[in-house]
Design a protein around this ligand. Structure first.
Ligand SMILES: O=P(O)(O)OC[C@H]1O[C@H](OP(=O)(O)OP(=O)(O)O)[C@H](O)[C@@H]1O
Ligand SMILES: Nc1ncnc2[nH]cnc12
Length: 211
């Protein structure tokens, strides 16, 4: 996505003194990206052969537990999400990030959950990710997604299977996916092109850092 003033346009008066003192939204975001990358480099836990042999797992849990890391990442993730009215956080670290991003943008948040956690009825889909298959679900009742403009948020984009599956669940329920925002993109696994193939070339994919 192109740099923009998403967080500010979503909730702040561009002329307010606080924004002026902290610089333009682009400057704030660009500094946040630098801080976020530094926190990721400092705290990411690299675990070989998890959850299965041959997988180099990047665990962002300690990054999110760091106050500077969480703060910078949330600011950086709001970059480029103009005009959204719902954040969807993907199970499980996407819940933490999605809630914080939604609060920052003053919109609601929806948890896209792994199978078996939600009461029926649900919309469900099974998909393939880097290390196996899984199912995601959202409520099929009590939630009107028609016409909602949704930003998908997750910690890692690897093959893109998870993001495409979550997006399809939401679009089948009537929502429009406006963008996908992740902390870390594992570029070698081709998630960006899977998203373009599955959701169309116009879906913006914003990664705070690319590995
Ligand atoms: O791009 P993909 O190949 O689909 O992989 C990305 C997904 O993999 C991880 O989740 P995982 O399903 O391992 O669940 P977790 O959040 O519980 O660790 C990560 O949090 C993403 O959701
Ligand atoms: N290598 C990896 N590290 C962390 N999360 C992932 N999700 C899919 N592949 C992953």
């Amino acid at each position: 996505m192109a740099p923009d003033d998403a967080a500010r346009s979503a909730r702040r008066d561009p002329a307010d003194q606080d924004s002026v003192e902290r610089g333009t939204a682009d400057e704030v975001t660009s500094k946040a990206v630098d801080r976020a990358r530094a926190a990721i480099d400092r705290h990411v836990r690299l675990v070989d052969d998890f959850p299965s042999p041959g997988i180099a797992f990047k665990d962002l849990t300690p990054v999110l537990a760091d106050p500077e890391g969480l703060s910078a990442i949330v600011t950086a993730l709001t970059h480029g999400c103009r005009g959204i009215d719902l954040v969807a956080g993907i199970d499980a670290r996407g819940f933490l990030l999605g809630g914080a991003v939604a609060r920052e943008l003053e919109v609601g948040v929806l948890a896209v959950r792994k199978a078996g956690k939600l009461p029926p009825p649900v919309h469900s889909t099974t998909y393939t990710l880097e290390y196996g298959t899984a199912s995601l679900e959202i409520p099929a009742d009590g939630l009107d997604l028609a016409g909602r403009r949704v930003l998908l948020v997750d910690d890692v984009l690897a093959t893109g299977g998870t993001a495409v599956a979550a997006a399809k669940l939401l679009t089948d329920a009537g929502a429009e996916i406006v963008g996908v925002a992740v902390v870390m993109e594992l570029a070698a696994l081709g998630g960006r092109s899977t998203i373009a193939d599955g959701l169309g070339p116009d879906i913006g994919v914003h990664a705070v850092t690319v590995d």
